[in-house]
Ligand binder design. Structure first.
Ligand code: ZN
Length: 320
């Protein structure tokens, strides 16, 4: 069998000298928040492709024939895990037998930091919403890249360190921005429960109309319950999400209005996907920056100026 022969040859070569993958290493990432880290940390040593682009909902995603081709050619597959990619998780588990494959959240983020849920997976997978947690995937990704392309190790280490310091600064900035909202108004109402980690990290109550996954439609009871909460807490603004149909949010606004509370749409948040490539929102830092600016602004806070560590990033996107 030719395949087995090739495998045997490959193994015997491996025994003589460590095999270094060709650069740029072809990396396939599921979500943009992973692809961005791989590209930032890998630099010129990697060529990253992201399967799920702007506005794509990872909970419902099904691999296309084209994805399968891309995965078959990959030198490294990166996915989040903890149930984020739904049934695709099983597909990646099978790929892991022949392509280096890493579930970055499962590898990088400790069990004790997870928020439990009562769905089939038992874990809330929206870990990128807490920058200090998502930053823990950076060394996991860097280690995996270095193992495959060791000649790039020093560059990868330097890039990872620089990126970690940007993320630490971003985390501090987001904390300050949310703290600037008057205490009684620190409540974030969105379409689905993607923001529990955000709420825990930055100190804001969170209410999602629909559950953790988008696999079920919001029920009438959920809409009424959310409207009651808005009236009770005097919530001035609620938010739509880039990956979710805004119809549910409109229904809540209407129900709150009938109960005498005017509430507006505070903006569109990036929940499960980043914005368009070539825009600030198309980066992980920009996703958190844009969400935090929208949330603090609409709820009566004032985001502080960006810290020095992010001035290069801000300049790149003409934000200041
Ligand atoms: Zn989600």
């Amino acid at each position: 069998m030719p395949y087995r022969l090739a495998l045997t040859l490959g193994l015997s070569l491996l025994a003589v000298a460590p095999v270094q993958a060709q650069t740029p290493l072809s990396v396939v990432a599921t979500i943009g928040m992973i692809g961005d880290i791989a590209q930032t940390v890998g630099g010129d040593c990697v060529a990253v492709q992201t399967m799920m682009g702007p506005g794509i909902d990872p909970h419902l995603y099904q691999a296309t024939a084209r994805d399968v081709q891309t995965l078959n050619r990959a030198g490294l597959i990166l996915y989040s895990g903890y149930g984020l990619e739904g049934q695709l998780g099983d597909v990646f588990a099978r790929y892991s037998e022949r392509v280096p494959t890493l579930a970055v959240a499962e590898a990088g983020i400790a069990q004790e930091d997870l928020i439990a849920t009562d769905d089939a997976y038992g874990v809330d997978p929206h870990l990128w919403m807490d920058v200090s947690l998502w930053a823990q995937t950076v060394p996991a990704i860097a280690d995996q890249l270095t193992a495959l392309i060791p000649d790039c190790g020093p560059a990868i280490a330097a890039n990872a360190e620089a990126y970690q310091s940007q993320l630490a600064a971003l985390h501090g900035w987001a904390t300050e921005a949310i703290t600037s909202i008057p205490e009684g108004q620190r409540i974030l109402v969105t379409a689905h429960d993607a923001f529990a980690y955000y709420g825990r990290a930055y100190g804001i109550d969170v209410a999602g109309i629909q559950g953790i996954s988008t696999q079920s439609e919001a029920a009438i009871a959920d809409i009424r319950q959310t409207a009651d909460l808005i009236v009770e807490r005097n919530v001035p603004a609620i938010f739509v999400e880039s990956t979710i149909n805004p119809r549910t949010i409109q229904a809540v606004i209407e129900a709150a209005r009938q109960a005498g509370q005017e509430v507006e749409i505070g903006g569109e948040l990036y929940s499960d996907a980043m914005g368009d490539a070539g825009t600030a929102g198309g980066t992980y830092i920009g996703m958190i920056h844009s969400n935090t600016t929208a949330i603090s602004g609409a709820l009566g806070g004032t985001p502080p100026t960006l810290p020095d560590e992010l001035s290069d990033w801000a300049q790149q996107w003409s934000l200041n």
